[in-house]
Write a protein that binds this ligand. Structure first.
Ligand code: MG
Length: 381
């Protein structure tokens, strides 16, 4: 599959170390090996750690137990979420504030994080980024050079959304406005330059407008005007969650629901079916990537005793995936196989009316994330 080859091409290169360093290390290696955690933890966020912006399930206390008294990381862990919309660095700052522990940007794997592996392919091409938050900022930070948010792109085409005058809200124009003409000035020649790729970075806000504009761009070969071409630009979704647990008591429609809506409309209005690639859990690629990232954290914890190669060669006996969504978190961990061990909480999509999920049963079902961490530390430490 396409995303697999992208991942392989960007694996960390081999580093060389002098013989002296190896000799020095080999002394301490034997001693440290027994103390080296042979397990890691991946936390889903929505419905496990947070509901909206509120910590749930004892998550702050649970996370604190993964650090030493001096604040350094004791257990390699990361957040593996299908959510997103802001750069990983911003999400790390936000989570640190909400949860009271120091979380690094490298510990955040969001639905759109794998998009950074597509930079080489689209680096200098005009691309459109859709979704809540700061989708264009996310893509720019990954290294894409010519990115427009769908809000900005749509603003350059008069009447592209025939319902805009009925919408009570106004899109905040963070992009440039010419003070003389009071009209927005495109940074690129959007009326002739073809959009080479479309990225749905986070949950779209204005489904009606976005479905219309994306059908235009994707159906007319990269320009929202009929008769210019038919080759569909590549389309990427950061995830494919049908539903997720937010603050409202029952589940909310996620990016997968938007994908179904877009695909359904597109396929009824165009001859060729919509082509797309979805990232995010339960895709096995995401779990492989998370395992590789967790191994990097061994370097942080044992920076004096491990090389990059040794960290990557390290094999975890277990990696715990703690999630609330059976068809996303649990299905993904089960399909990823060894060393993944799935833990289902009852604080989100799975409400716990039954002992376990019938179609995607977890290895362990607990009430809260705090209970999950208790279990893991009891078993492993
Ligand atoms: Mg969740």
């Amino acid at each position: 599959m396409r995303f697999r080859s992208v991942f392989r091409a960007s694996k960390v290169g081999i580093q060389r170390h002098s013989q002296l360093q190896r000799l020095q290390r080999s002394h301490s290696q034997h001693q440290s090996q027994s103390a080296r955690p042979s397990f890691g933890i991946a936390f889903d966020i929505d419905g496990v750690i947070l509901r909206g912006h509120d910590p749930i399930g004892g998550s702050p206390q649970a996370l604190r137990r993964l650090y030493n008294d001096d604040g350094t990381l004791k257990i390699p862990y990361l957040f593996l979420t299908n959510g997103g919309g802001v750069p990983e660095s911003a999400r790390a700052v936000e989570l640190s504030g909400l949860l009271g522990v120091k979380i690094l940007a490298q510990q955040i794997l969001q639905g759109h994080s794998p998009f950074r592996r597509l930079v080489q392919r689209f680096e200098n091409d005009l691309i459109v980024a859709a979704g809540k938050g700061e989708p264009a900022q996310v893509m720019s930070e990954y290294g894409f050079k010519k990115v427009l948010s769908i809000d900005e792109y749509a603003s350059y085409f008069d009447d592209i959304d025939p319902l805009s005058s009925y919408k009570a809200w106004k899109v905040e124009q963070a992009y440039r406005i010419d003070e003389d003409s009071k009209k927005s000035q495109p940074r690129y020649d959007v009326h002739s330059e073809i959009v080479k790729g479309v990225f749905v970075v986070s949950d779209p806000v204005d489904w009606g407008r976005d479905i219309q504009v994306l059908c235009d761009i994707l159906g007319f070969g990269g320009l929202p005007v009929k008769g210019r071409g038919h080759q569909q630009p590549p389309l990427f979704f950061a995830s494919d969650d049908l539903e997720y647990q937010a603050k409202f008591p029952s589940e909310r429609l996620g990016m997968g629901a938007f994908r179904i809506a877009l695909e359904s409309v597109f396929n009824r209005t165009h001859d060729d079916p919509l082509e797309y690639t979805s990232f995010g859990k339960p895709n096995p690629f995401v779990f492989e990537n998370a395992e590789a990232t967790l191994k990097q954290f061994l370097l942080n914890i044992h920076h004096n005793q491990l090389t990059t190669n040794e960290a990557q060669a390290h094999s975890f006996s277990k990696i715990y995936m703690i999630g609330d969504n059976p068809s996303v978190d649990i299905k993904g961990a089960r399909e990823a196989g060894h060393p993944w061990f799935s833990v289902l909480t009852k604080t989100g999509v799975f409400k716990g009316g039954e002992d376990n999920h019938p179609d995607h049963p977890a290895d362990l079902v607990v009430d809260t994330v705090e209970e999950a961490v208790d279990y893991i530390l009891r078993r492993e430490c």
